[in-house]
Design a protein around this ligand. Structure first.
Ligand code: SF4
Length: 459
């Protein structure tokens, strides 16, 4: 077993038994579960809305090259510069070059999973640039030296008491401070950073092809400040974020808000179509858009997995997943956790190294049930398992186990020949770890086949 898989199992075992962790997650996801049905009421037919969104993303991804080129041509016309990055290093090098040219010492950034994916903050720190997270949840995580726990709610695993203790430790505030007081403290610190920063970095919730624009949606106004206060704005976005037209936002903005947080629409919604234009009073002088591949074209080339690129990162599948709720976001040790993370991480990174994530599923299908764009997540998890076997990543023990199972299943006499005692012994003793977390398996004395014959007298 690979080391990443061993660590995953070790961390899962500890986290799943951590009742305090479960209490906090259940509390926060409980609030989410209460809000989402209200948000869904805004749709006349929410299933139809999800299907329509899936179709739009299908169209966007099937014509991805054209959509991105259209976007590039239009936004370039308005003075932005588009940079194509094949991998994380190319994106980091481009950001470094821009920062060097702008003599950047401080950089503000809004929440962006892509910047987590390329480990931007560590890179900037090594290069002597202070990178400040401006989303409150991300700011909390940055203060604590932790990556985001959840793709929408980075500090979901922390209670208000945890945050008060952290602020007291790092910023000298009252350990009994209320959430309002803590927020005001963060706001005071961050407001000064917006003024100091030479460069602002944001992600993009959507890349809109027909107007050459970027759509950003957020609840705190920090992304808008990050892209408008500094003189230089850098956007970094995965190439799959594209939607064909501005009118598609009429569906995607409410859909993302509802499935992400239960809101009808998120508080701040911003469209950016270039840097400050002549005659405009404010906005950045320069704007760069980095379009990141970093393994996404591997997924695009895989017809079955392609639909995982439709994801709008609403986080609904994480909140619905019984595995995620038990083992928590950090256990995955990957940028994208939960069901969507388990689907895409093996393709963004390495199938052999990360295939174990696709086995960490009960295949209950709840993720598929709640997905904002109807991605068949649980089937893609199965497909990952299938591809792992096809590519020769199954372990020797697994291959032997399946061979034995197949032989047994093909020969009913063999199955009947082994009595319940033998079956109990095989499962409880030979199947490693079976009884570590479960009661012992007790096979009935007679098999179903024997009972059937006794009752019906047939074979
Ligand atoms: S896979 Fe679906 S439910 Fe999960 S984050 Fe993406 S859009 Fe949301």
């Amino acid at each position: 077993m690979k080391e990443t898989a061993q660590q995953f199992i070790a961390k899962s075992t500890v986290k799943a038994a951590d009742k305090e962790h479960r209490r906090k997650i259940n509390f926060n996801i409980g609030k989410y579960n209460a809000a989402v049905p209200q948000g869904k009421e805004q749709f006349v037919n929410v299933t139809l809305a999800r299907e329509k969104a899936k179709n739009i993303k299908w169209k966007a991804l099937e014509t991805l090259d054209k959509q991105l080129e259209t976007f590039e041509a239009i936004i370039t016309n308005r003075g932005a510069k588009v940079i194509w990055a094949e991998n994380a290093q190319q994106a980091l090098d481009a950001i470094k070059e821009i920062c060097n040219n702008k003599n950047c010492k401080t950089l503000v950034k809004s929440k962006s999973m892509v910047t987590e994916e390329i480990h931007l903050n560590d890179f900037l720190k090594k290069n002597g640039i202070e990178s400040v997270e401006t989303d409150l949840g991300e700011y909390i995580q940055q203060l604590d030296g932790e990556p985001p726990y959840h793709i929408v709610t980075p500090a979901m695993h922390k209670s208000k008491e945890d945050v008060a203790r952290l602020f007291a430790d790092k910023l000298g505030t009252d350990p009994k401070a209320t959430p309002e007081q803590l927020t005001l403290t963060a706001r005071k610190v961050l407001r000064e950073k917006y003024v100091q920063a030479e460069v602002g970095i944001t992600g993009a919730n959507f890349i809109i092809a027909d107007i050459g624009g970027i759509a950003i949606t957020e609840n705190e106004g920090n992304a808008r400040l990050s892209c408008s206060m500094p003189k230089t704005h850098i956007v970094i976005a995965g190439i799959e974020k594209v939607i064909p037209t501005l009118s598609d936002l009429g569906l995607f903005w409410p859909l993302l808000a509802t499935f992400g947080t239960g809101q009808k629409v998120t508080v701040y919604n911003t469209l950016i179509t270039g840097p400050r234009q002549p005659g405009e009073p404010d906005g950045p002088d320069d704007m760069y858009v980095i379009l990141l591949d970093n393994g996404r074209t591997n997924i695009l080339a895989n017809e079955k997995q392609r639909e995982s690129l439709y994801c709008i990162r609403c986080g609904a599948c994480l909140n619905a997943c019984p595995v995620y709720k038990n083992i928590g976001g950090h256990t995955y040790a990957a940028t994208y956790s939960g069901p969507i993370g388990s689907v895409i991480t093996p393709h963004l990174k390495d199938l052999g190294e990360w295939k174990h994530l696709s086995y960490a599923s009960s295949l209950c299908g709840n993720c598929t049930e709640v997905c904002a764009v109807k991605i068949n997540l649980h089937e893609l998890l199965l497909e990952n398992r299938h591809e792992a076997v096809e590519h020769g990543h199954a372990s020797f023990a697994e291959k032997i186990a399946w061979k034995m199972w197949k032989q047994g299943m093909l020969r009913r006499k063999w199955m009947n020949a082994a009595g319940s005692k033998t079956k109990n012994w095989v499962v409880n003793t030979l199947v490693k770890g079976w009884s570590a977390q479960r009661g012992k398996m007790e096979f009935p004395q007679k098999s179903f086949n024997q009972l059937w014959r006794e009752k019906h007298g047939s074979k």
